[in-house]
Ligand binder design. Structure first.
Ligand SMILES: [Zn+2]
Length: 193
């Protein structure tokens, strides 16, 4: 079922075909999804042992196909939270502050794309990625190494550059440095088994 999301994620439309004809609806959305690392949920947990076999874990993780993974921008592993952190009254960072940082980055993107049909980095096509995602000289080799080692597709390559552009915007940096790029690369999926 998840596989049917591949097209709407790319094209931002959903087409429903019936005998009487087909209708296309707008479907511009942000997909946020979560899954366990294995059926029992404890694979990789430092405290509780996972009871799944290697083949069960592998089969479970393969339920999300490569092409669908390729279309997701950010992957984050969420490890167990220790009691001390849960009980800590001090919150990490206030939502208000994060919000204002995001709004500033959005304003930068609106200014960047003024006069075009685009509103944010995510919407860039490969042509615009080349135009707007300037990677600093010293970051070029990192990009090249990542492409080779992670065997990235052209789609993943463009996604990394767009994400790196956004990370740079969050600090109001004009060009993409190796630290922006490194952060974007670490959000690519890694095989868990
Ligand atoms: Zn398990």
């Amino acid at each position: 079922m998840l596989e049917v999301l591949r097209q709407p994620i790319e094209d931002k439309v959903v087409t429903i075909s019936r005998a009487q004809g087909s209708i296309t609806f707008p479907a511009n959305f942000m997909m946020v999804a979560a899954m366990n690392p294995c059926p029992c949920g404890y694979f990789g947990d430092p405290v509780k042992e996972c009871t799944c076999s290697f083949s069960t874990i592998s089969r479970y993780q393969r339920r999300i196909s490569g092409p669908l993974l390729d279309r997701i921008d950010i992957f984050a592993q969420v490890p167990r939270i220790e009691y001390e952190k849960l009980a800590d009254d001090r919150l990490a960072e206030e939502s208000e502050r994060v919000r204002s940082r995001v709004e500033d980055a959005r304003a930068i993107q609106r200014a960047r794309f003024e006069g075009t049909r685009l509103t944010c980095n995510k919407e860039m096509t490969p042509v615009e990625v080349r135009q707007f995602c300037q990677v600093e000289q010293e970051a070029q080799s990192l990009l090249k190494a990542a492409m080779r080692q992670l065997a990235l597709s052209a789609r993943a390559f463009n996604r990394i550059l767009k994400l790196a552009r956004t990370i740079a915007d969050l600090t109001d940096a004009p060009t993409i440095s190796s630290s922006h790029l490194a952060e974007a690369i670490q959000y690519r999926p890694r095989s868990l088994v």
